[in-house]
Write a protein of this length. Structure first.
Length: 158
């Protein structure tokens, strides 16, 4: 009996599945894919950050910084609401060439980490960073070098 209990304690942590960050990465990729499948890429379609940011007022329980990176080759194309980790989050949408970039944002909790890279089985690159107290999960089919360039732009604005 004691051996069975000891074995269960040793095996249980490894059988619990993916860690929290991997689960979030899976959720943001699913949100990205859903946004591309339907005509729901944006709730507010605008390249003007002064149109996109106010659209979120009253829809979120936090304020977010919206920046257009058009001069750097990553224009803002709009925003929408999404649902990640059992909460409503902001999704800012950018474009680079023909590639769509979703940036899912919500207030950082104590468990937030910065600068993690994930690659899903679906071929999308994911990067998580924290900017000015906000979790930013970036998802795109951009190559890793271009995604890193975009992530650096987000970091610099914070």
């Amino acid at each position: 009996m004691a051996i069975g209990a000891m074995l269960a304690l040793l095996i249980a942590p490894h059988a619990s599945g993916p860690n929290a960050n991997q689960r979030i990465a899976d959720e943001v990729v699913a949100g990205h894919v859903r946004s591309l499948m339907a005509t729901h890429l944006t709730d507010v379609a605008s390249t003007d950050q002064h149109t996109v940011k106010p659209w979120f007022n009253g829809k979120l329980d936090f304020s977010l910084l919206v920046t257009d990176f058009a001069k750097d080759g990553f224009p803002l194309i709009g925003g929408r609401l999404d649902y990640i980790e059992d909460r409503t989050v902001a999704a800012l949408i950018y474009q680079h060439g023909q590639h769509v970039i979703n940036v899912f944002m919500w207030p950082a909790g104590n468990a937030a980490t910065s600068g993690q890279h994930f690659e899903t089985q679906h071929g999308y690159h994911v990067e998580q960073l924290t900017v000015a107290g906000v979790n930013c999960w970036i998802v795109s089919d951009l190559n890793q070098q271009e995604l890193d360039k975009f992530a650096d732009l987000l970091r610099a604005r914070g």
